[in-house]
Design a protein around this ligand. Structure first.
Ligand code: ATP
Length: 264
């Protein structure tokens, strides 16, 4: 039976903006070294959850247990970066080193080597001297991913990394994410793309309740396709509290997810 090791575990996690609760009582697991996708309609809280995982947005209630080694690298949506921000591609990628050395320390030779390698890996070395705001969406997204690579974290969080990109640019990003995963990096990405969702190891659904066999689950649900078929334990008792914030897409997934949760 496949063992799943958690990189992070959320226990009844809530998050707010002022008095407004956006995430409420979420229980979830982010498996270590695997690809998790966050799914859900606009406004369901995917970006907010990514920021909670990145520790850039506070947990209002509940607990987030961390089992990873380094500060997560967060890749924002490319549309969130201002065109007028006067920064070059190399400087943007070098910011990824801040997690290690702080923003005010001079860049070391080792930092420069890491930045050069990240630029190279994403195929953007020729853009190093260009202004970030002058790049296309696809180029900019690769720069932001290079910044995350330069951080050398064991957890990479991405907010719709291929939104608005053409097929070739999106494939490049997917290829690099797959490479990171093969190196054991834990990846969490929000997406609206069915293909990214289908190929992920693990899916977390936010938003509208999911109906399974006439029973409603929501607002959070999770599946783990890799362990589908390894279970057979009647688990509805354990996890099927309607409205509890936990549920899965299919009966089989629901059983498996429960068993998997129970293994942790
Ligand atoms: N800074 C903020 N202040 C107040 N409310 C916010 C803020 N950021 C987001 N929200 C609200 O929180 C809710 C969740 O937003 P979030 O961006 O996390 O959703 P999302 O699932 O990522 O959406 P999308 O798919 O459109 O990117 C929305 O209703 C949004 O209006």
């Amino acid at each position: 039976m496949k063992q799943v090791t958690p990189a992070m575990e959320g226990v009844a996690v809530s998050a707010r903006y002022g008095a407004r609760t956006v995430l409420s009582g979420l229980d979830f697991v982010i498996p270590k070294g695997q690809m998790t996708v966050l799914l859900g309609p606009n406004g369901s809280g995917k970006t907010t959850l990514l920021h909670v995982l990145a520790a850039t947005h506070p947990v209002a209630e509940g607990r987030l247990l961390r089992h990873h080694q380094r500060r997560p690298a967060l890749v924002p949506q490319h549309s969130q970066v201002s065109d007028s921000f006067p920064i070059t591609v190399r400087q943007t990628v070098a910011m990824g080193r801040w997690a290690d050395r702080g923003p005010w320390r001079p860049t070391t030779r080792a930092d420069k080597a890491v930045v050069a390698e990240a630029l190279d890996q994403l195929g953007i070395a020729d853009l190093a001297g260009r202004r970030l705001g002058m790049l296309s969406g696809g180029q900019r997204q690769r720069v932001l991913l290079a910044q995350a690579l330069a951080q050398r974290s064991d957890v990479v969080l991405l907010d719709e990394p291929t939104a608005g990109l053409d097929v070739t640019s999106a494939e490049r990003i997917h290829t690099h994410l797959a490479r990171l995963r093969s190196r054991g990096v834990t990846i969490v990405q929000s997406t609206h793309e069915p293909e990214a969702a289908a190929t992920a190891d693990h899916r977390i659904h936010l938003g509208a309740p999911v109906s399974v066999g006439g029973q409603d689950f929501g607002p959070l649900s999770a599946t783990h396709p890799r362990i589908t078929g390894h279970c057979g334990v009647p688990t509805a008792r354990r996890m099927g509290r309607p409205g509890s914030g936990l549920g899965c897409r299919s009966d089989q997934d629901r059983h498996c997810f429960s068993l998997w949760q129970a293994q942790l």
